[in-house]
Design a protein around this ligand. Structure first.
Ligand code: DGJ
Length: 731
């Protein structure tokens, strides 16, 4: 594994298959500076005059213009207060009110494997899979030490960074900002790419030229949010799907975040990622430590596709865990859009019978099974089954579902409490709220104070009781409102600034406990659709509900944006009712199936209301899912044509890792009569291998398909789709 320290040059050299990362220690004082990140190079020492343009930078750190040194030197973990006026990673307040902080090198270690981050999600790997560099830096005046961690994984162009901040001094130090990673470099002709959105329109790609000043994405909603995703990339202006340099960061965290690109007046670039400083303050008493979450850096010199493949491979191999890490996911039927709150056992069983007959494997009971919950205004927190709706309880229903040969899954929203609930009446202080203000409700609910151990224990007892009460193989863990009035009844005033992060640690602890006690559970995370689609959540559940927007055509762009970073195997994708409950669009059942087959496939509608023709299509859709689902789950994904860009059609494909099989999905969103033929250019095939098309039976080499193109079938009408398999064949 490629991490070495060149003692003479005082440079750490990290290499991945196609990228190099260089960290320097300045001679005079030992500042830890950034020398290079980009295309793989053989050199250890890079041009030392690159950034200052005059003399050796070391001279200036001690005796020359120190402000100029700090203001322009590329740093690995910049601090506030000594002359670096760009966004810092670390900003502190000492006991005497002083704000200055400067970190210098103290020691380092290089070893095989990767340490766990306490209480936090993170990528993982053994000594044969990855290597880690830890650099200890200190500020002697503050008694503060920071350990910067860098992990390089075998065969992947990714570097995973995190930071551990410790108070080794005698006084209290308050952190007012503790980001996780920084990447400084000279300006080039870059675009910045982020994923913005809103409820039902998550992860829309937003690419624009980078200009002077700060450009970023963030969340202060207490969840990673629909609005922005914790992802940012800088791309060469000319970069495409297959060409050009890309520098990307993805933050492995599900709460407040800041990802920001800054171009200074000296035309230097700084990219930072971490917990949003807004609403954050962390007190470190002597001996205490703060663990800043992980940031994944990916470099590609082959455009966006290679970036995507790196994220997908890293997350599939080294982030997702548990029983379903390498297993196909069951096809499911979820009753939410089929019934909403209006159901009873008989209605659910009639849907389940139809599903079982068609071959669906898992029945998921969504919101409305507990307390007096017949709408969304009450009972969150009272996780006791409503026997009026479900006589015999979950046990009876689950047993009946199992008799049909299906598995049973259940929806939960454990982080919440309704003001109209027994839990809130008994323990109003369990909710996050400010004692001097009226609560700010959203969806008529409040958020539980999961920073408190007793609240987590209470919630967990309920989860445990429900999951033990019946055979439950799957949980959909929902979270339907942002955090407001973030105040805890028990935290001291000077620690209330820790609440957002302590809340997230509480969520992670609950999910970890649940998965430890029920290791065979398939967990699907959800937050009003895709409001918490981030790598943090993927560490616990291998799949996430992508969006409450279940319209197949809107899903094309939502899934494209999501799959830019996150594996197809993580995207919940369901065939829903027509007209669409989101936008009333009429889309053929077949097309709805095609678009859903890309992800974790399921149905979310009242199957008893389908026409005979539609019902007959289900076994074929399931056959496709079972036959080719693995290609999407484990293969390489390519964006061939984007409806979001061209406004007419969409094409994507997945190619098995051994390149023996590929599946292409084409959707003609709007028909265009005058075009002679719609050509799509497949990617990722083996040039010299022959592939037969399932559509025409034609046999062509991979090169022939990729460079000559493939004619899409002619179809009359809008919203029509095709599924084409390319099978490697000996001539
Ligand atoms: C929001 C989720 O995204 C939906 O799928 C559904 O589970 C509802 N919550 C239930 O309240």
């Amino acid at each position: 594994m490629c991490i070495v320290f060149d003692k003479a040059a005082r440079v750490f050299a990290l290499d991945t298959p196609r990228s190099s990362y260089r960290i320097g220690i300045t001679d005079a004082e030992g500042f830890v500076t950034h020398l290079y990140y980009g295309r793989r190079v053989p050199d250890v020492k890079m041009d030392q005059t690159l950034y200052l343009g005059f003399g050796q930078p070391e001279a200036y750190s001690k005796t020359g213009d120190q402000v100029r040194f700090h203001g322009t030197m590329p740093m690995e973990y910049p601090t506030f207060g000594v002359g670096d006026f760009r966004t810092p990673c670390l900003s502190v307040e000492a006991e005497n009110g002083g704000r200055a902080c400067a970190l210098v090198y103290a020691a380092h270690r290089i070893y095989g494997g990767k340490p766990k981050l306490r209480g936090l999600p993170a990528t993982y790997g053994g000594a044969d899979e990855c290597a880690t560099l830890e650099i200890d830096c200190v500020d002697a005046a503050l008694g503060l030490s920071v350990t910067l961690r860098y992990t390089v994984f075998e065969g992947l162009d990714a570097i995973c960074r995190s930071a551990l901040i410790r108070n080794d001094g005698a006084g209290t130090v308050r952190l007012t900002s503790a980001l996780s990673a920084c990447l400084d470099m000279p300006n080039r002709d870059f675009d910045v790419l982020t994923l913005h959105g809103s409820w039902a329109y998550e992860r829309m790609q937003n690419r624009r030229p980078l200009a002077w000043g700060k450009h970023g994405v963030s969340s202060v909603l207490g969840r990673s949010s629909h609005e922005e995703n914790p992802f940012i990339a800088l791309l060469e202006h000319s970069a495409t799907q297959t060409q050009g340099q890309v520098y990307a960061m993805n933050f492995v965290y599900s709460g407040n975040f800041l990802m920001e690109a800054e171009m200074t007046q000296q035309e230097q670039l700084r990219l930072v990622a971490g917990i949003h400083p807004e609403g954050f303050r962390w007190t470190l008493a002597p001996g205490e430590a703060f663990e800043a979450p992980e940031t994944v850096l990916v470099y590609s010199d082959q455009g966006l596709s290679h970036m995507t493949h790196t994220f997908h491979d890293l997350y599939r191999q080294h982030l997702i865990r548990g029983a379903f890490k390498d297993r196909p996911r069951p096809s499911l039927i979820n009753n939410w859009e089929g019934t909403y709150f209006d159901f009873d056992t008989e209605k659910l069983l009639s849907i389940a019978r139809t599903a079982a007959k068609a071959g669906v494997e898992l029945f998921v009971l969504d919101d409305g099974w507990f307390g007096r919950r017949n709408d969304d205004v009450c009972s969150l927190g009272d996780w006791v089954v409503n026997e009026q709706k479900l006589p015999g309880g979950l046990k009876y229903l689950s047993d009946e579902i199992h008799k049909l040969g299906m598995q049973f899954g259940l929806w939960f929203e454990p982080e919440m409490v309704s003001p109209d609930s027994d839990l809130f009446r008994a323990h109003p202080d369990y909710a996050l709220q400010n004692p001097d203000r009226a609560p700010t409700l959203a969806r008529t609910q409040l958020v539980l104070d999961l920073s408190r151990q007793e609240v987590r224990d209470y919630v967990y007892k309920q989860i445990y009781a429900v999951l033990s009460s019946a055979r439950i193989e799957y949980v959909k863990w929902d979270m339907n409102r942002p955090l407001t009035n973030v105040q805890s009844a028990t935290l001291p005033a000077d620690r209330q600034g820790e609440l957002y992060h302590r809340y997230m640690l509480g969520v992670y602890e609950l999910q970890e406990r649940m998965l430890t006690d029920f290791p065979h559970l398939l967990l699907e995370n959800c937050s009003s659709g895709g409001g918490r689609f981030d790598p943090g959540m993927l560490y616990y559940g291998p799949q996430i509900w992508t969006s409450d927007n279940t319209d197949a055509i809107d899903r094309l762009r939502i899934q494209e944006g999501t799959a830019l970073v996150y594996p197809l195997s993580s995207m919940g994708a369901h065939v829903a009712a027509c007209p669409s409950h989101t936008n009333s669009r009429l889309t053929p059942f077949e097309t709805r199936g095609l678009v859903s087959l890309v992800g974790c496939f399921g149905y979310e509608l009242d199957l008893t209301k389908l026409t005979r023709e539609e019902l007959h299509m289900i076994p074929e859709q399931l056959r496709l899912y079972h036959t080719y689902g693995d290609v999407f789950r484990t293969g390489d994904y390519y964006r061939l044509a984007s409806f979001a860009e061209n406004g007419e059609y969409d094409a994507l494909m997945a190619v098995a890792k051994d390149k023996r099989e590929a599946v292409l999905i084409y959707v003609q969103v709007l028909s265009r009569e005058r075009r002679a033929v719609q050509v799509v250019y497949p990617q990722g095939l083996e040039e010299g291998t022959l592939y037969r098309s399932s559509e025409t039976g034609q046999l062509l080499s991979g090169a022939g398909w990729m460079y000559g193109g493939m004619a899409m079938p002619r179809m009359k009408g809008d919203f029509l789709g095709k599924w084409i398999v390319l099978e490697a064949t000996e001539a």
